[in-house]
Ligand binder design. Structure first.
Ligand code: ADP
Ligand code: ZN
Ligand code: ZN
Length: 824
């Protein structure tokens, strides 16, 4: 009997790690960070992750055995799991939750993962068992769970894993309708050509078609037809490129039933041929100074903030720092809020660092994500094959770095670093700081508009602070003016949604062949429609929101749950057929501006037009090549775009930014307006920004015009201190959800009563959030504020306990209660 025990994490929302016995024959295979197959609960098998090994038998527990070890090499390192533990504790979730967020789908084999075949396996040299399982899986989505139930003893995790490795199946957490695996045309011999003899005969038959014969020969060489028994395929591109053979000749071979063409899934990760193609830009003197200051700050502080205005060239500084770290043999992580919007940065990094760079994000297939994961792991053993730099969105903090030396968080103020749902509700910016501490890696946070929490840490000396106040080409920051739309509407001076100020500037830009960007935070045609007679407004049947009209699709759509219905011809309430659109979405603005700028080419950038990566790239390309004159967009246009010829930026409606009911509203409005303004006049001439509002006297607007970051910061700090908000107080949000409204109301009050037992906690609510019902679930929030001097872990334990007590009260078992630490 073996005396080895393994502690494992299961991909389930369970708090504890579980102990299993390692049978003798697996002792040499098992290791920390490898996946194993274990039984949990009734009869179900799970793939779990080994986090520790020990020879001490756990007391009083009836330990089960590990069935199988899935990996030859660990898929995570124990130093990576340290961060998982930290996150589970800090964000009040389970290690299972973190495990699920950390590993890419293809490595998890969760019971709810969807599995489907993407290849018939004829070329993959499958074993009998693999073939059998592949047939069973088929092209329909079934979950791992369903397969287990259906196949019973024929189901096997190792076989599932090897099918995945051989590219025959996809494993996804949820099937993303938008995602299409990339395929290419491949060519293989016709199945009737069973052996070399037939092949030779066929070649002879082509005596009089020399070109076809030559191509067939070339093809046979490519696939090694004369040496090997198993005949593989070759991609059409590889077969024809640079050979002089045309597709037409290949077509003839297909016609004569000599070869067949088929589609095969290929990786999107292009192999870079050379190591690095472009040398690094020299820094200007301001950047040089900032770089030196950052390096000096790194000597003293773990974390440094670079506060550099828009277009000051922060990216260039990051590249210099990364270059240095790479030369010292360490790895770098470069986090960006949304990878889709960073095609420009991707290009710059790839140009400089070539195949050392891996890009990690959610639009990749599960195979591709695993491929990148593996290459980060490989860096430990074979640095020349592995990735030394990862550019990624928030989940990249979980990558299996072995020698991390530098973490950069660009646009650190962005709230997309925060995961809202599901747990862990972590902020990748804050976890980057922890990651840095755990790995003794330096952390650089960068922004033109740092979050006030970060800036507070910087001015208080917790973080280092470096300023960069000059744009790369020394152009001044844009001139900003406020346009009073209320007045303009009254005087009938508006040109559709454009104030006279903005209209004139845009006309001027168009004449000089310069570009304009307009920001409107609503997509679709109109945010709601209304019956002109009785005021009826169509609402979502699942959520407490009005439906947005999309003119192109002629549909009303819910932006919270995706529900959509046809635009009604008449009112549901009174039958009148005068249904009017209300308010302006990006789609309507595009429509209305066309006649105002008949010679300009307009484009729109929002979730509807930029669904896919290629669509987005096209929009960006058209701006770069100046095919687009006027770009209208949502939040997307505020983020990091770098174009030389944009001279005018318009914020069409600043009112809803200024009046948003949140303690961070002013910080956000300021950041957003400054960021979008920063898209103007980046290279040549000073740009112009127009902020349209009906409250031109709003005090924040004056500070925005003067671009006075520190004044806004100071004013807000006063308020936050007074009203006891972060960074002075800690904040935890609890959301109670249930499909029944009364249950939510009751449970929320019960929870509050438990929480009130600790009189050090300041409680707000329970209250309905702005949208009180989403996807049929009602929700109520309680906000908890408490002093930083309070013991954090104990306070959290108390809160967790209150939540659990509430759930255990009669009729509350179906309540979902989420704890959100540091909510955004
Ligand atoms: P930020 O991220 O600070 O807003 P970027 O890094 O995007 O600014 O830089 C703005 C523009 O200036 C980019 O087009 C960039 O290529 C250019 N740039 C910045 N620094 C340099 C440099 N040292 N040499 C050449 N071009 C630079
Ligand atoms: Zn009506
Ligand atoms: Zn809805």
């Amino acid at each position: 009997m073996s005396d080895l025990y393994a502690e494992v994490i299961l991909p389930l929302p369970l708090h504890d790690a579980f102990t299993y016995q390692v049978p003798g024959h697996l002792e040499s295979d098992i290791a920390e960070g490898k996946r194993v197959v274990v039984q949990f609960g009734q009869k179900k098998l799970y793939s779990a992750l080994v986090t520790a090994l020990s020879s001490k038998k756990p007391e009083n527990i009836d330990v089960k055995k590990i069935y199988e070890v899935l990996d030859e090499q660990p898929v995570v390192l124990s130093k990576n799991i340290k961060l998982w533990r930290w996150i589970a504790k800090y964000y009040c979730c389970t290690l299972g939750d973190v495990f699920k967020a950390a590993l890419p789908g293809g490595l998890k084999l969760e019971s709810k993962s969807k599995v489907f075949a993407v290849d018939d396996g004829t070329e993959a040299e499958l074993t009998e068992k693999e073939q059998l399982l592949l047939q069973q899986i088929g092209s329909e989505n079934s979950t791992v769970d369903e397969l287990q139930k259906k196949l019973r003893n024929d189901f096997s995790y190792p076989v599932l894993k090897s099918l995945f490795k051989k590219n025959c199946i996809q494993i996804e957490e949820k099937i993303n309708a938008r995602y299409k695996p990339k395929t290419e045309t491949f060519v293989k011999l016709h199945p009737e050509i069973e052996n070399k003899k037939i092949l030779n005969n066929k070649l002879n038959d082509l005596q009089r078609a020399k070109k076809q014969q030559a191509l067939l020969l070339h093809f046979c060489e490519k696939i090694n037809a004369f040496k090997k028994d198993v005949l593989l395929s070759v991609s059409k591109k590889e077969l024809l490129d640079g050979t002089g053979f045309t597709p037409a000749i290949l077509k003839e071979l297909v016609k004569k039933k000599l070869v067949i063409q088929f589609q095969k899934q290929v990786s999107r990760i292009e192999e870079e041929t050379e190591n690095s193609q472009v040398s690094i830009n020299l820094l200007n003197k301001h950047q040089e100074k900032a770089l030196t200051e950052i390096q000096a700050s790194f000597e003293k502080k773990q974390v440094t903030l670079i506060h550099g205005i828009t277009a000051s060239g922060k990216t260039e500084i990051y590249i210099h720092l990364i270059d240095e770290i790479l030369k010292s043999g360490k790895q770098a992580l470069y986090l960006v809020p949304e990878i889709a919007l960073t095609t420009q940065i991707v290009r710059r990094l790839k140009n400089v660092f070539g195949k050392k760079v891996g890009i990690y994000h959610s639009k990749l297939s599960s195979q591709e994500r695993v491929e990148i994961w593996d290459k980060v792991l490989q860096f430990q053993t074979k640095p020349e094959n592995g990735y030394q730099v990862i550019l990624g969105a928030r989940s990249a903090i979980f990558m299996p770095f072995s020698k991390l030396g530098l973490v950069i968080v660009d646009e650190e103020h962005e709230n997309s670093f925060k995961q809202f749902d599901p747990a862990p509700r972590y902020n990748a910016r804050d976890m980057a700081v922890i990651l840095g501490l755990q790995n003794n890696a330096k952390v650089l946070l960068g922004s033109a508009t740092p979050s006030f929490e970060t800036y507070y840490n910087a001015v208080n000396g917790k973080y280092g602070l470096v300023n960069l106040k000059k744009r790369h080409t020394n152009v001044e920051l844009p001139e900003t003016l406020v346009a009073d739309v209320k007045k303009a509407y009254k005087r009938r001076q508006m040109h559709s949604v454009l104030s006279p100020e903005l209209y004139e500037l845009m006309q001027g830009a168009a004449e000089k062949n310069e570009q304009s960007i307009l920001f409107q935070n609503r997509r679709g045609y109109s945010p709601f429609v209304e019956c002109f007679t009785c005021g009826w407004i169509p609402k979502c049947k699942n959520c407490d929101v009005s439906l947005t009209y999309h003119k192109y699709k002629k549909r009303l759509t819910c932006h919270y749950c995706g529900y959509s219905q046809q635009m009604p011809d008449s009112c549901d309430n009174c039958g009148s057929n005068e249904i009017k659109t209300r308010g302006f979405g990006t789609e309507k603005i595009e429509d209305e501006l066309k006649p105002l700028f008949p010679n300009a080419s307009l484009a729109r950038m929002d979730l509807d037009t930029a669904r896919s990566k290629t669509a987005l790239e096209k929009i960006i390309q058209n701006l770069e090549s100046r095919k687009t004159d006027i770009l209208i967009g949502t939040q997307m246009v505020t983020k990091g775009l770098d174009f030389e010829h944009v001279s005018v930026v318009g914020i069409l409606n600043a009112d809803n930014l200024l009046n948003f009911p949140d303690f961070r509203a002013h910080e956000r409005a300021f950041q957003l307006i400054l960021q979008v303004s920063g898209r103007a006049g980046r290279k040549n001439n000073r740009g112009k920004v127009v902020i349209q509002t009906s409250q031109p006297e709003h005090p924040l607007l004056n500070l925005i015009i003067s671009q006075d970051y520190t004044s806004v910061f100071k004013a807000q700090m006063e308020e936050r201190k007074l009203f006891r908000y972060p960074p002075f107080f800690r904040l935890i949000k609890i959301v109670v959800k249930h499909k029944n409204q009364q249950t939510v109301d009751r449970a929320a009050i019960q929870l509050k009563q438990f929480l009130e037992k600790n009189n050090k906690l300041i409680l707000l609510g329970p209250e309905y959030p702005l949208v009180s019902r989403i996807q049929l679930w009602y929700q109520k929030e309680i906000w908890i504020k408490f002093d930083k001097s309070l013991h954090l872990d104990n306070t959290k334990d108390f809160i967790i306990d209150c939540v659990s007590k509430t759930k255990h009260l009669p009729d509350n078992s179906n309540c979902v209660i989420n704890i959100d630490v540091d909510p955004m």
